[in-house]
Design a protein. Structure first.
Length: 260
């Protein structure tokens, strides 16, 4: 059995209880060393075999898994955040299926959730934004033609952009070309939930400048959209109160009362 475990956004205590228990009992751990907090590995058994996949190819990862499986060992493949986002797990799962090796996926707290927590931000703010687009810039790895930054920017909704902190000059150009106003609120969150976390509020036209001033060129999420305005003081004027907790609103669990 191979357990794909989401390590969470960074802080070692943000892994799920299930993921933590699997890590404690693992005989072999293959972790994404470029992004996973290695303090998580202190919970492993003393005789646990630990491999850093940052230095490995898919074939090398599979080779370790096959050898461990043949010995009946418990295997944890530890991915950053939640494995379903930019985790490259599908190619591993398909290989395991071909090899007849069972697997499970244990979800984790994504860094886009960690970034929102760092900012005190609600992505789905009434009358401001009810949709979140999670995407990345095209780099050495292409994106589908219909999923360009410009295309998504035309929706004017909240956008969370992964794997793009080193391309912010180009990113801000594409965001503006797609339809965001240059003064649209934006935020850069570096290593959300880590001890050296940084959070910078800016706007679309100053993304590159703000990152440069703060020495950020990687391991950061970019959040763009009107919802980011709530991170400034006096933001309670930009949104409407939720209906769910409005005393005059009837729900399945309580009857609304007329306002007096």
């Amino acid at each position: 059995m191979v357990s794909f475990v989401g390590a969470g956004p960074g802080a070692e205590d943000l892994i799920t209880v299930r993921g933590y228990r699997l890590l404690q009992n693992a005989d072999v751990v293959i972790y994404a060393g470029s992004l996973v907090n290695d303090e998580l590995l202190t919970s492993c058994k003393k005789d646990c075999e630990i491999y850093n996949s940052a230095y490995m190819t898919l074939e090398q990862v599979l080779n370790v898994i096959v050898k461990a499986e043949d010995c009946g060992k418990k295997i944890v493949r530890l991915h950053t955040g939640d494995p379903c986002l930019y985790g490259a797990i599908r190619e591993q799962i398909d290989a395991l299926v071909r090899l007849g090796i069972e697997y499970e996926v244990v979800p984790g707290v994504s860094s886009f959730c960690g970034a929102a927590a760092a900012l005190g931000l609600e992505y789905t703010l009434p009358d401001v934004s009810q949709s979140v687009i999670i995407t990345r810039m095209e780099g050495r790895t292409p994106v589908p033609s219909k999923e360009s930054i410009e295309s998504f920017a035309s929706h004017d909704s909240t956008m969370v952009i992964f794997l793009s902190a080193g391309m912010l000059s180009k990113l801000q150009e594409k965001l503006i070309a797609g339809g965001y106003a240059p003064d649209t609120p934006a935020a850069i969150v570096y290593k959300a939930s880590w001890k050296d976390e940084k959070k910078i509020l800016c706007n679309v036209k100053t993304l590159a400048e703000s990152a440069c001033k703060n020495g950020i060129s990687k391991t950061a999420l970019i959040i763009v959209g009107k919802s980011v305005a709530q991170c400034y003081s006096g933001s309670d004027s930009i949104y409407s109160r939720s209906k769910l907790y409005d005393p005059s609103f009837t729900t399945e669990f309580r009857k609304g009362q007329p306002c007096t």
